[in-house]
Design a protein around this ligand. Structure first.
Ligand code: SF4
Length: 60
């Protein structure tokens, strides 16, 4: 399992990650927050690949 992280300095709050993995990412005050400890059964890699500013990383 991998742990998602968001670099809030880069995040522009576009909402793409939240729409892909709402159980992991939630937009609060214009930034994406990680609300789950782990990426389980969802598309976090797709969120990483889809983030327009490459703000998401997955730690193994
Ligand atoms: S996809 Fe990237 S820029 Fe958009 S809200 Fe998520 S972390 Fe922020």
């Amino acid at each position: 399992m991998s742990k998602p992280k968001v670099n809030e300095e880069l995040c522009i709050g576009c909402g793409t990650c939240e729409s892909l993995c709402p159980q992991v990412f939630q937009i609060r005050e214009g930034k994406s927050k990680v609300i789950a400890e782990e990426c389980v059964n969802c598309n976090c890699q797709e969120a990483v690949d889809s983030c327009p500013v490459k703000a998401i990383s997955l730690e193994k």
